[in-house]
Design a protein. Structure first.
Length: 133
């Protein structure tokens, strides 16, 4: 497995696992009997969880794609998607758990970064060449 595919797959696993953990945390925050359970805080974790799981799956697909051919654009797209996901979800999670932000405009920056990552995936598809035999 090429090193970039291995790294994309590692990041995919981390994003997916974190997404599932945030979904579990959100359900526990709204459960009865949990001291300090906060429905508003849990509401912010839902989108973060979904985003991490979805982008984790996207990175896993990029890893599989990266095993067939090498593309710097696709490799960059994976990193940009992971960074955007972490910024966006990290900001939402910090707001939910601690009532503070990662830094001003972290979520919008993360969202814009994810959009850029998906556009890099599209560009990588247009620039792709057949692998050498």
């Amino acid at each position: 497995m090429p090193p970039i595919a291995r790294l994309h797959l590692f990041l995919a696993g981390c994003l997916g696992a974190t997404g599932v953990a945030l979904a579990a945390a959100a359900s526990h925050l709204t459960s009865r009997g949990v001291p300090g359970g906060d429905a508003a805080a849990a509401a912010g974790l839902g989108p973060a969880s979904l985003l991490l799981v979805a982008h984790g799956a996207g990175l896993a697909a990029l890893a599989a794609l990266g095993m067939g051919f090498r593309s710097r654009t696709i490799a960059l797209a994976g990193f940009v998607l992971a960074l955007g996901s972490l910024l966006f979800a990290g900001d939402l999670a910090l707001r939910a758990f601690h009532g503070t932000r990662l830094f001003p405009n972290a979520a919008p920056l993360g969202g814009s970064t994810m959009i850029a990552g998906w556009l890099l995936v599209a560009l990588g598809a247009l620039l792709a060449r057949r692998p050498r035999a």
